[in-house]
Design a protein around this ligand. Structure first.
Ligand SMILES: Nc1ncnc2c1ncn2[C@@H]1O[C@H](COP(=O)(O)OP(=O)(O)OP(=O)(O)O)[C@@H](O)[C@H]1O
Length: 290
């Protein structure tokens, strides 16, 4: 595993009525800004914050279904954060709102200080293309384009006028696939395809990369490779990664894991290890993958 640098912690800021406990300890005190007994205030955010959720909530059917109760979360630059929780706890909802793929019904998401709720659809699309990277469980590569063309796609969609193959090749080299640049996705293994997806997510040098179960479809060895790449992107290149995962082993690559249950942030683990993740999952009522 790559060494971990001393990045700041993501702060899951509890709200009145919440049940947030730090480090998964039973009976943990409601924590504001990650500090026991602290006060929630926008000014108290850690410096270098790239992603902030202020009371972000999402309901459906005119409020009849609460997918996400108002959640506060602050993610500093150079942080690798896991979002965990039982099925239906609101992980994807949180990720989609944070990434600007879905509009929250309450609260504000800020990426590098830019409030997404104030943006037109066109500006939101542009911000997603330029400042946000995505890695999904299904890699979503375009089958008719080569690996290099797939990686170059975000640059072209972002209106790049210069040469895009060079940056795409460098991004592919960073994931160990320099020699497969001209292969089609179908000519690559599942793990290699996911590495291309990681290169594609990083090629624009985004403020934050959102990964939704990026290793969910991979065998443990291949999953290890992909997680190592994400870890290196954080440690070596200073990227920020927010990853939804069910897998305690995947979460152990992260600096911190936050846990959702029934649409609320209920716990956080600093430097999670699989045993502690299992224990928190057991306590909040969800099994974790073995
Ligand atoms: N479009 C929608 N309409 C109605 N309910 C929804 C909608 N999207 C999500 N929900 C509900 O919101 C809750 C949270 O869903 P979400 O997909 O965020 O959970 P999750 O933790 O990602 O689950 P999983 O791990 O199974 O993917 C669930 O109860 C879900 O049924």
């Amino acid at each position: 595993m790559f060494g971990r640098r001393g990045a700041g912690r993501a702060a899951a800021r509890g709200r009145p009525g919440g049940e947030l406990s730090l480090d998964g300890q039973p009976g943990g005190e409601l924590s504001l800004d990650g500090q026991p007994g602290g006060q929630a205030s926008p000014d108290a955010r850690p410096r270098g914050e790239v992603l902030a959720l202020d009371a972000v909530g999402r309901t459906h059917r005119r409020g009849a279904i609460v997918a996400l109760h108002p959640v506060d979360l602050s993610v500093p630059r150079g942080h690798f954060l896991a979002v965990m929780g039982p099925s239906g706890s609101g992980k994807s909802t949180l990720l989609q709102c944070a990434a600007g793929l879905d509009r929250p019904t309450s609260g504000t998401v800020r990426v590098e200080g830019v409030a997404l709720d104030g943006l037109t659809e066109a500006r939101l699309t542009r911000l997603r293309r330029e400042r946000v990277g995505f890695v999904f469980q299904a890699h979503n590569l375009v089958p008719s384009l080569s690996a290099a063309e797939n990686v170059a796609l975000p640059l072209l969609l972002g209106g790049a006028t210069g040469e895009v193959r060079g940056p795409a090749l460098r991004a592919l080299a960073a994931v160990g696939l320099a020699d497969r640049a001209d292969d089609l996705p179908a000519e690559l293994s599942g793990g290699q395809q996911q590495r291309v997806a990681v290169a594609r997510a990083l090629v624009t040098d985004p403020a934050v990369v959102f990964a939704d179960e990026p290793t969910g479809a991979l065998d443990p060895v291949t999953a290890h490779d992909v997680l190592a790449l994400l870890r290196r992107a954080v440690d070596v290149d200073g990227h920020t990664v927010v990853m939804v995962t069910h897998d305690p082993v995947a979460a152990a690559w992260c600096d911190e894991a936050v846990f959702l249950a029934r649409g609320r942030l209920v716990a956080a683990l600093h430097r999670p290890d699989p045993d502690r993740v299992h224990e928190v999952m057991r306590r909040i009522g969800g099994g974790a993958a073995a």
